[in-house]
Design a binder for this molecule. Structure first.
Ligand code: ADP
Ligand code: MG
Length: 412
């Protein structure tokens, strides 16, 4: 396989932009740290544009590793694996935020790495992340960092009821405990093994939403339209994206806030910023993900550039063009639960997983099924997603509800 990098100077260099950087053109090899579904969809987008791909993931059957030209089966901090990845790649990105920042820093010595280790390190740590929001002047929930008995004792009554979240490694609602008062806080902190945590005031949410921005090395930014997200048991269940879905003024603020957060990190790549819309209409930032995000999956079928196309472009230094959503969209997350006794519709008497009725779902107009090639369905495991598009919001909603009924998903 010819792995020679090809490069050319970007024709779209803006006056006043940083020193001309080279675009990494199709035919070169793009790498990704992590082999999950996000890596898989990045690999698909890169390959569609004619790139070769490499994935580093220890798991033999990782969803991205199985579809990539190269799969380096090594631990994320294994020096040999990292050396192999940088030898084969022209540029490297990441697909999950808990890729050790030192691994990215090591790779960056030899190859362009986007996003950079310092931005990822901030996104990995809720305390650092919140400090960054404050620096950018974007409001977030009132909070306190709990890293000592003194800090715990110093928490004021105004933060209750609250949510105690581990500063690191939390996802899908894991590593979080709701606390009503100081006594509950002490018990919850002990339950979380006294690791550094952030206590946040519980806010009255009217809706949750997210904005995906892509920022190039030259500072240029584009964004996807704001997504409205419904979570169930801490996991994203449904994303809806269409006009009038969310209040326009707050969404303009959310998009501007997401861009200032990306700018403040000198971010290169795709960044997702999650927001809470409060009952009184206020908008507060929740957290960031330094990568494409589950809530952006609708863009694969409803926009002329998906979040993965944007990831490829930012990594390769290709021009960023503002994406256009051409269809209202709804995304339904497909968790492993659907392979089991989903809503009693397809009770698997044996307790063995039974695939959902795909053919019936695909008989509905405007359905786009994405499955991640995971070998085993398990409750809570993200197995795939179903995008629905249509001519009108009403049509998409109607089809989505039919799909929910077929899949045994609760209506929304
Ligand atoms: P994760 O990393 O698991 O996604 P989040 O901080 O986004 O963690 O919290 C998960 C969910 O918990 C949010 O999507 C929201 O529904 C709820 N939640 C988190 N923080 C707050 C808060 N301060 N007030 C109200 N609800 C919250
Ligand atoms: Mg979240």
């Amino acid at each position: 396989m010819n792995m020679k990098p090809t490069s050319a100077t970007l024709p779209t260099e803006q006056p006043g932009a940083p020193a001309a950087h080279k675009a990494i053109l199709p035919g070169a090899t793009l790498g990704v740290m992590g082999g999950g579904q996000l890596g898989r969809m990045f690999v698909h987008a890169a390959q569609r544009m004619g790139y070769f791909t490499a994935v580093l993931d220890p798991d033999v059957s990782s969803p991205a590793g199985r579809v990539s030209h190269h799969h380096i089966r090594a631990d994320y901090l294994d020096p040999q694996g990292l050396a192999q990845l940088s030898a084969v790649c022209d540029a490297i990105t990441t697909e999950f935020e808990n890729v050790p920042a030192p691994a990215l820093a090591a790779l960056a010595k030899n190859r362009p790495v986007a996003p950079g280790a310092s931005a990822v390190a901030i996104a990995q740590d809720r305390a650092a992340e919140k400090a960054h929001f404050v620096r950018c002047g974007v409001p977030c929930a009132p909070y306190a960092v709990i890293d000592s008995a003194e800090a715990l004792a110093g928490v004021g009554a105004e933060l209750f009821p609250g949510i105690l979240k581990t500063a690191r490694m939390g996802y899908d609602g894991k590593g979080q405990v709701r606390v009503a008062d100081t006594a509950a806080l002490a018990a919850a902190w002990a339950q979380l093994k006294n690791v550094t945590c952030v206590l946040e005031k519980m806010l009255p949410l009217a809706a949750e939403c997210s904005v995906i921005v892509a920022r190039g090395a030259d500072g240029q930014m584009v964004h996807l339209p704001p997504q409205k997200n419904l979570h169930r048991e801490g996991i994203l269940a449904v994303t809806e994206v269409h006009e009038d879905n969310l209040p326009a003024a707050q969404m303009a603020s959310a998009t501007a806030a997401a861009k200032s957060i990306a700018d403040g990190l000198a971010y290169v790549g795709v960044l997702c910023v999650e927001f809470f819309l409060l009952e009184d209409g206020a908008l507060v930032v929740n957290e960031i993900a330094p990568r494409p995000h589950n809530s952006g999956h609708y863009s694969m079928d409803a926009c002329d550039l998906s979040q993965f196309d944007l990831q490829v472009r930012t990594l390769a230094g290709l021009p960023l063009v503002q994406p256009r959503q051409h269809s209202p969209a709804i995304m339904l997350n497909l968790l492993g639960d659907l392979w089991f006794d989903a809503n009693g519709v397809r009770a698997a008497a044996s307790g063995k997983p039974v695939p959902p009725p795909w053919a019936e779902v695909l008989a509905l107009p405007g359905t786009h099924l994405h499955l991640y090639g995971k070998l085993e369905a398990k409750p809570g495991r993200k197995m795939g997603h179903l995008n629905l598009t249509g001519a009108t919001v009403e049509a998409v909603r109607a089809t989505a509800l039919q799909a929910c009924a077929l899949l045994g998903l609760a209506p929304f």
